[in-house]
Design a protein. Sequence first.
Length: 143
Amino acid sequence: MKRMRYLAPCLGLLVLSGCTNLQSPLAALQPRPSLNRSFESAGIQQDREQYYLELTRLQPQAAEPWFQLGNIYVEQNRLEEAEQAFREALHRDDRPQALHNLGLVQVRLGLQAITQARERLPADDPVHEDTRALLQTLLQSAM
């Protein structure tokens, strides 16, 4: 329990060091405009996800299709799949943008897990209060 009291400020600082607002950096995870324009200009009506999945099959060592899939999955709030796609992109090319996006996704996944734990913990469980304090610290740090 004492660990949680020390962990909360540390996690808050960690979140702050990566971004100042959890929502806006994640909202900015969009596929690059140049690729989106190519879909429109070429008249391609095909689903972007299917397109990039096919590219991963055709170009197994290319990082860009995995990176774009990660962005698509973030847009759809499919965070576990986004995390895996960014890991695949990093496996192929150590791009700082992919690492950045992976970190943002992991922060969101962590916040979801902590929130779910808080909802499931009985009110008389000592960890319940520690979890509340951690969430409060993280949310205040993000603002």
